[in-house]
Design a protein around this ligand. Sequence first.
Ligand code: ARG
Length: 275
Amino acid sequence: MSYPERIPRNRTYLMCPPEHYTVEYAINPWMDTTIAVDAALALKQWDLLRTTLDDLGHTIHVLEPVAGLPDMVYAANGAFSVDGRVYGARFKYPQRSAEAVAHQGFYRTAGWSLTIGEQVNEGEGDFAYLPEAYGGLVLAGYGFRTDPAAHAEAQEVLGRPVLSLHLVDPAFYHLDTALAALDDRHIAYYPGAFSPASQQVLAQLFPDAVLADRADAEAFGLNLVSDGRHVILNTEAVAMGDKVREAGYLPVHVELTELKRGGGSVKCAVAELRH
Ligand code: ARG
């Protein structure tokens, strides 16, 4: 099958180095507090991800890491921005709640229009944006972290339709572990992470989606960052790389073994700033 050329678009991202990264509490099934994290390796791998995005021509802002916030490297969770408006996170677990404040500081200093969610929501962990699908559509997950009430709240803040999708498998507790935007209108997802009704909704709206299987999702193959052409995903997700290549994209693999131990990979470490 042949596809139109996949065109990249320059992006602006926010990342936070894993300087204080540890796995000292367990708030998702991937976290095992009995195995120590290799902190130096985590930093090295994170830096290679940053360099990879930089080499592709994207702009990266770096958020100052805060001691005592070991999950701050998962910068995707701090907020969700669409067309210059920012919907700020409110974390589900107290261990991460102070991260929201650090993100707020970043957006305020940079002059963004910020509204902090009153409802529990974990930013881009549970929200994805497709500017060219149906005139601009937000996909939103609930079931483990983000409260479904946050979806309506985000719609009011962002002025974009928000489509609620029900996550049902605890291994895929954030939307970005089960679904990814490949470009401005196309997605990849693992159907089994969603309720039967949500699967039906996704099949109806995205008949041309790249479908992942459970092994792809377990390899964090959906936790990817795409600029519309280059799809950055971790080295373990080989089969997923093949699937996006078959769909006309260029997979770029980076090693992120240490971040997986906290329950995240490429996408979790990168928040897109949409001006
Ligand atoms: N340990 C973090 C947590 O459980 C991982 C967050 C992963 N981030 C993401 N966007 N999926 O909250």
